[in-house]
Write a protein that binds this ligand. Structure first.
Ligand code: CAA
Length: 284
Protein backbone atom coordinates (compact mmCIF):
# COMPACT_ATOMS: atom_id res chain seq x y z
CA UNK A 1 0.00 0.00 0.00
CA UNK A 2 1.27 3.47 -0.88
CA UNK A 3 0.87 6.36 1.52
CA UNK A 4 0.00 9.49 -0.46
CA UNK A 5 -1.77 11.74 2.03
CA UNK A 6 -1.10 11.89 5.78
CA UNK A 7 -3.47 13.04 8.52
CA UNK A 8 -2.41 14.14 12.00
CA UNK A 9 -4.87 14.51 14.87
CA UNK A 10 -3.64 17.07 17.40
CA UNK A 11 -1.37 20.03 16.66
CA UNK A 12 0.30 20.37 20.05
CA UNK A 13 4.00 19.83 20.72
CA UNK A 14 4.11 16.34 19.17
CA UNK A 15 1.35 16.69 16.55
CA UNK A 16 2.84 19.86 15.07
CA UNK A 17 6.31 18.28 14.98
CA UNK A 18 4.96 15.14 13.28
CA UNK A 19 2.99 17.17 10.72
CA UNK A 20 6.15 19.15 9.96
CA UNK A 21 8.28 16.02 9.56
CA UNK A 22 5.75 14.49 7.12
CA UNK A 23 5.48 17.70 5.09
CA UNK A 24 9.28 18.00 5.01
CA UNK A 25 9.41 14.51 3.49
CA UNK A 26 7.06 15.68 0.71
CA UNK A 27 3.69 14.39 1.94
CA UNK A 28 0.58 16.55 1.80
CA UNK A 29 -0.60 16.69 5.43
CA UNK A 30 -3.94 17.60 6.97
CA UNK A 31 -3.65 18.39 10.67
CA UNK A 32 -6.66 18.74 12.92
CA UNK A 33 -6.95 20.59 16.25
CA UNK A 34 -10.09 21.02 18.33
CA UNK A 35 -10.09 24.85 18.22
CA UNK A 36 -8.87 27.48 15.79
CA UNK A 37 -6.83 29.05 18.58
CA UNK A 38 -4.90 25.81 19.32
CA UNK A 39 -4.52 25.13 15.60
CA UNK A 40 -3.05 28.61 15.01
CA UNK A 41 -0.60 28.09 17.90
CA UNK A 42 0.52 24.72 16.48
CA UNK A 43 0.95 26.04 12.94
CA UNK A 44 2.81 29.03 14.33
CA UNK A 45 5.29 26.74 16.09
CA UNK A 46 5.96 24.91 12.78
CA UNK A 47 6.49 28.28 11.10
CA UNK A 48 8.90 29.33 13.85
CA UNK A 49 10.89 26.08 13.72
CA UNK A 50 11.28 26.33 9.94
CA UNK A 51 12.26 30.01 10.12
CA UNK A 52 14.97 29.14 12.64
CA UNK A 53 16.06 26.43 10.22
CA UNK A 54 16.38 29.07 7.48
CA UNK A 55 18.43 31.30 9.83
CA UNK A 56 20.68 28.31 10.58
CA UNK A 57 20.98 27.67 6.83
CA UNK A 58 19.44 24.17 7.18
CA UNK A 59 16.90 25.02 4.44
CA UNK A 60 16.04 27.89 2.10
CA UNK A 61 13.13 30.32 2.37
CA UNK A 62 11.66 28.70 -0.74
CA UNK A 63 11.84 25.20 0.81
CA UNK A 64 10.24 26.56 3.97
CA UNK A 65 7.31 27.92 1.97
CA UNK A 66 6.93 24.67 0.03
CA UNK A 67 6.80 22.68 3.30
CA UNK A 68 4.25 25.08 4.80
CA UNK A 69 2.24 24.86 1.56
CA UNK A 70 1.86 21.09 2.07
CA UNK A 71 0.27 21.51 5.52
CA UNK A 72 -3.45 22.15 5.73
CA UNK A 73 -4.94 22.92 9.14
CA UNK A 74 -8.51 22.13 10.08
CA UNK A 75 -10.79 21.85 13.11
CA UNK A 76 -12.99 19.22 11.41
CA UNK A 77 -12.07 15.57 11.82
CA UNK A 78 -14.10 14.80 8.66
CA UNK A 79 -11.41 16.61 6.63
CA UNK A 80 -9.09 13.65 7.29
CA UNK A 81 -11.38 11.34 5.31
CA UNK A 82 -9.04 11.24 2.26
CA UNK A 83 -5.89 10.26 4.19
CA UNK A 84 -4.12 6.92 3.72
CA UNK A 85 -2.42 7.10 7.11
CA UNK A 86 -3.56 9.07 10.16
CA UNK A 87 -1.33 9.64 13.17
CA UNK A 88 -3.13 10.48 16.41
CA UNK A 89 -1.23 12.79 18.78
CA UNK A 90 -3.86 14.04 21.24
CA UNK A 91 -3.54 14.12 25.04
CA UNK A 92 -2.39 10.97 26.82
CA UNK A 93 -5.89 9.96 27.93
CA UNK A 94 -7.23 6.59 26.84
CA UNK A 95 -10.88 7.75 26.84
CA UNK A 96 -10.14 10.65 24.48
CA UNK A 97 -7.91 8.49 22.28
CA UNK A 98 -10.59 5.80 21.99
CA UNK A 99 -13.13 8.44 21.01
CA UNK A 100 -10.78 9.73 18.30
CA UNK A 101 -10.12 6.21 16.95
CA UNK A 102 -13.83 5.36 16.96
CA UNK A 103 -14.63 8.56 15.06
CA UNK A 104 -11.79 8.08 12.54
CA UNK A 105 -12.97 4.53 11.89
CA UNK A 106 -16.34 5.90 10.77
CA UNK A 107 -14.89 8.71 8.65
CA UNK A 108 -12.08 6.87 6.81
CA UNK A 109 -12.23 4.29 4.03
CA UNK A 110 -11.55 0.72 5.26
CA UNK A 111 -7.96 0.64 3.92
CA UNK A 112 -6.77 3.73 5.87
CA UNK A 113 -4.09 2.89 8.45
CA UNK A 114 -4.63 4.42 11.89
CA UNK A 115 -1.60 5.07 14.11
CA UNK A 116 -1.11 6.43 17.62
CA UNK A 117 1.82 8.44 18.92
CA UNK A 118 1.08 7.35 22.49
CA UNK A 119 4.16 6.99 24.68
CA UNK A 120 2.69 4.76 27.38
CA UNK A 121 -0.76 3.40 26.57
CA UNK A 122 -1.23 0.09 24.75
CA UNK A 123 -2.19 0.36 21.09
CA UNK A 124 -4.60 -2.58 21.22
CA UNK A 125 -6.91 -0.55 23.49
CA UNK A 126 -7.31 2.03 20.72
CA UNK A 127 -7.46 -0.63 18.00
CA UNK A 128 -10.34 -2.27 19.87
CA UNK A 129 -12.35 0.97 19.55
CA UNK A 130 -12.33 0.51 15.75
CA UNK A 131 -13.75 -2.04 13.35
CA UNK A 132 -10.24 -2.46 11.82
CA UNK A 133 -7.90 -3.55 14.64
CA UNK A 134 -5.65 -5.20 12.00
CA UNK A 135 -4.95 -1.75 10.47
CA UNK A 136 -3.87 -0.02 13.70
CA UNK A 137 -0.21 0.49 14.72
CA UNK A 138 1.84 2.63 17.05
CA UNK A 139 4.16 5.28 15.59
CA UNK A 140 5.99 6.81 18.53
CA UNK A 141 8.01 9.90 17.68
CA UNK A 142 10.34 11.66 20.14
CA UNK A 143 10.49 15.26 21.24
CA UNK A 144 11.59 17.39 19.38
CA UNK A 145 10.10 15.36 16.50
CA UNK A 146 11.85 17.28 13.68
CA UNK A 147 15.29 16.62 15.25
CA UNK A 148 15.03 13.21 16.91
CA UNK A 149 15.89 10.37 14.53
CA UNK A 150 13.99 7.53 16.18
CA UNK A 151 10.42 6.32 15.66
CA UNK A 152 9.16 3.21 17.47
CA UNK A 153 6.87 1.22 15.17
CA UNK A 154 4.52 -0.85 17.29
CA UNK A 155 2.72 -3.99 16.25
CA UNK A 156 -0.18 -5.30 18.34
CA UNK A 157 -1.29 -8.94 18.48
CA UNK A 158 -3.91 -7.96 15.87
CA UNK A 159 -1.78 -5.91 13.45
CA UNK A 160 -1.64 -7.21 9.88
CA UNK A 161 1.95 -7.89 8.66
CA UNK A 162 1.55 -5.80 5.51
CA UNK A 163 0.21 -2.87 7.52
CA UNK A 164 3.20 -3.08 9.86
CA UNK A 165 5.62 -3.17 6.91
CA UNK A 166 3.88 -0.18 5.28
CA UNK A 167 4.19 1.79 8.53
CA UNK A 168 7.85 0.76 8.88
CA UNK A 169 8.67 1.83 5.31
CA UNK A 170 6.71 5.06 5.80
CA UNK A 171 8.96 5.96 8.76
CA UNK A 172 12.04 5.36 6.57
CA UNK A 173 10.54 7.61 3.88
CA UNK A 174 10.45 10.38 6.51
CA UNK A 175 14.23 10.10 6.87
CA UNK A 176 13.79 8.65 10.36
CA UNK A 177 15.14 5.41 11.86
CA UNK A 178 12.39 2.92 12.69
CA UNK A 179 12.66 0.22 15.36
CA UNK A 180 10.09 -2.55 15.77
CA UNK A 181 8.52 -2.87 19.20
CA UNK A 182 5.88 -5.03 20.81
CA UNK A 183 2.74 -3.44 22.19
CA UNK A 184 3.93 -3.33 25.81
CA UNK A 185 3.37 -0.08 27.75
CA UNK A 186 6.32 2.26 27.24
CA UNK A 187 7.57 0.21 24.24
CA UNK A 188 11.40 0.24 24.30
CA UNK A 189 12.40 3.78 25.20
CA UNK A 190 10.00 4.70 27.98
CA UNK A 191 10.21 1.19 29.45
CA UNK A 192 13.87 2.01 30.15
CA UNK A 193 13.84 5.82 30.34
CA UNK A 194 11.10 6.30 32.96
CA UNK A 195 12.80 4.18 35.68
CA UNK A 196 16.02 6.12 34.96
CA UNK A 197 14.32 9.52 35.34
CA UNK A 198 12.42 8.45 38.47
CA UNK A 199 15.65 6.99 39.87
CA UNK A 200 17.34 10.36 39.45
CA UNK A 201 14.52 12.05 41.44
CA UNK A 202 14.84 9.40 44.19
CA UNK A 203 18.61 9.98 44.27
CA UNK A 204 17.99 13.71 44.74
CA UNK A 205 15.39 13.02 47.46
CA UNK A 206 17.91 10.80 49.24
CA UNK A 207 20.61 13.48 49.09
CA UNK A 208 22.97 11.46 46.87
CA UNK A 209 24.20 14.61 45.10
CA UNK A 210 22.93 17.97 43.85
CA UNK A 211 20.75 18.00 40.71
CA UNK A 212 23.51 19.90 38.92
CA UNK A 213 26.07 17.21 39.75
CA UNK A 214 23.70 14.37 38.84
CA UNK A 215 23.09 16.05 35.46
CA UNK A 216 26.80 16.66 34.95
CA UNK A 217 27.64 13.06 35.89
CA UNK A 218 25.19 11.53 33.43
CA UNK A 219 26.17 13.90 30.59
CA UNK A 220 29.91 13.48 30.99
CA UNK A 221 29.90 9.92 32.32
CA UNK A 222 27.47 8.45 29.79
CA UNK A 223 27.59 10.93 26.91
CA UNK A 224 23.88 11.79 27.20
CA UNK A 225 22.94 15.13 25.56
CA UNK A 226 20.95 16.18 28.65
CA UNK A 227 21.14 15.18 32.30
CA UNK A 228 18.02 13.58 33.87
CA UNK A 229 16.77 16.81 35.46
CA UNK A 230 17.31 18.81 32.27
CA UNK A 231 15.42 16.08 30.41
CA UNK A 232 12.61 15.98 32.99
CA UNK A 233 12.15 19.75 32.59
CA UNK A 234 12.28 19.35 28.80
CA UNK A 235 9.72 16.51 28.64
CA UNK A 236 7.49 18.14 31.28
CA UNK A 237 7.03 16.95 34.86
CA UNK A 238 3.28 16.52 34.37
CA UNK A 239 3.88 14.36 31.28
CA UNK A 240 6.46 12.23 33.12
CA UNK A 241 4.10 11.88 36.11
CA UNK A 242 1.26 10.78 33.84
CA UNK A 243 3.40 8.32 31.88
CA UNK A 244 4.90 6.88 35.10
CA UNK A 245 1.42 6.33 36.55
CA UNK A 246 0.23 4.56 33.40
CA UNK A 247 3.30 2.29 33.42
CA UNK A 248 2.90 1.63 37.16
CA UNK A 249 -0.75 0.75 36.61
CA UNK A 250 0.28 -1.69 33.86
CA UNK A 251 3.32 -3.37 35.47
CA UNK A 252 2.66 -2.88 39.23
CA UNK A 253 6.42 -2.55 39.62
CA UNK A 254 7.85 0.06 42.03
CA UNK A 255 10.40 0.99 39.36
CA UNK A 256 7.55 2.98 37.77
CA UNK A 257 6.08 4.41 41.00
CA UNK A 258 6.32 8.23 40.85
CA UNK A 259 8.45 9.55 43.75
CA UNK A 260 6.64 11.97 46.14
CA UNK A 261 8.83 14.90 45.03
CA UNK A 262 7.59 14.54 41.44
CA UNK A 263 3.96 14.60 42.58
CA UNK A 264 4.56 17.64 44.81
CA UNK A 265 6.23 19.55 41.99
CA UNK A 266 3.37 18.80 39.59
CA UNK A 267 0.83 19.91 42.23
CA UNK A 268 2.81 23.13 42.72
CA UNK A 269 2.69 23.81 38.98
CA UNK A 270 6.44 23.32 38.54
CA UNK A 271 6.11 21.54 35.21
CA UNK A 272 9.51 22.30 33.69
CA UNK A 273 10.36 24.54 30.73
CA UNK A 274 6.73 25.01 29.69
CA UNK A 275 5.76 26.61 33.04
CA UNK A 276 9.02 28.53 33.46
CA UNK A 277 10.07 26.46 36.48
CA UNK A 278 10.82 22.81 37.12
CA UNK A 279 14.03 21.48 38.61
CA UNK A 280 15.61 24.58 37.07
CA UNK A 281 14.35 28.15 36.67
CA UNK A 282 13.65 29.33 33.10
CA UNK A 283 12.18 32.73 33.89
CA UNK A 284 15.47 34.63 33.53
N1 CAA B 1 15.74 23.76 12.15
C1 CAA B 1 16.68 22.93 11.67
N2 CAA B 1 17.67 22.41 12.44
C2 CAA B 1 17.69 22.77 13.74
C3 CAA B 1 16.73 23.62 14.31
C4 CAA B 1 15.72 24.14 13.44
N3 CAA B 1 14.79 24.96 13.89
N4 CAA B 1 17.00 23.78 15.61
C5 CAA B 1 18.09 23.03 15.88
N5 CAA B 1 18.50 22.44 14.73
C6 CAA B 1 19.66 21.58 14.56
C7 CAA B 1 20.91 22.38 14.89
O1 CAA B 1 21.32 23.15 13.80
C8 CAA B 1 21.86 21.28 15.25
O2 CAA B 1 22.33 20.66 14.06
P1 CAA B 1 23.88 20.37 13.81
O3 CAA B 1 24.24 19.36 14.85
O4 CAA B 1 23.93 19.85 12.42
O5 CAA B 1 24.55 21.68 14.00
C9 CAA B 1 20.98 20.29 15.98
O6 CAA B 1 19.65 20.51 15.50
C10 CAA B 1 20.99 20.49 17.50
O7 CAA B 1 20.52 21.80 17.77
P2 CAA B 1 21.12 22.73 18.93
O8 CAA B 1 22.61 22.78 18.82
O9 CAA B 1 20.40 24.03 18.92
O10 CAA B 1 20.65 22.05 20.25
P3 CAA B 1 21.34 20.98 21.12
O11 CAA B 1 22.64 20.52 20.56
O12 CAA B 1 21.31 21.54 22.47
O13 CAA B 1 20.32 19.76 20.98
C11 CAA B 1 18.41 18.52 21.49
C12 CAA B 1 18.97 19.90 21.34
C13 CAA B 1 18.32 17.82 20.13
C14 CAA B 1 17.01 18.66 22.07
C15 CAA B 1 19.35 17.68 22.43
O14 CAA B 1 19.56 18.37 23.62
C16 CAA B 1 18.81 16.33 22.76
O15 CAA B 1 18.90 15.40 21.98
N6 CAA B 1 18.22 16.22 23.97
C17 CAA B 1 17.57 14.98 24.41
C18 CAA B 1 16.16 14.98 23.90
C19 CAA B 1 15.47 13.71 24.24
O16 CAA B 1 15.95 12.83 24.93
N7 CAA B 1 14.24 13.60 23.74
C20 CAA B 1 13.39 12.48 24.03
C21 CAA B 1 12.49 12.89 25.12
S1 CAA B 1 11.56 11.54 25.71
C22 CAA B 1 10.30 11.47 24.66
O17 CAA B 1 10.05 12.26 23.80
C23 CAA B 1 9.50 10.25 24.88
C24 CAA B 1 8.26 10.41 25.59
O18 CAA B 1 7.37 9.72 25.18
C25 CAA B 1 8.06 11.19 26.82
Amino acid sequence: MQIKHVGVVGCGLMGSGIAQVCAQAGYPVTVREISQDLLDKGLQSIHKFLSTGVERKKLTEEQKNQILGRIKGTTRLEDLGNCDLIIEAVVEDIHIKKEVFGALDKICPPETILASNTSSLTIIEMAAATGRPDRVVGLHFFNPAPLMKLVEVVRTIATNDEVFQTAFEFVKSLGKEPVAAKDNSGFIVNFLLIPYLLGAIRALENGLASKEDIDKAMKLGCGYPMGPFELLDFVGLDTTYKVANILFEEYRDRLYAPPPLLKKMVLAGYLGRKSGKGFYDYTK
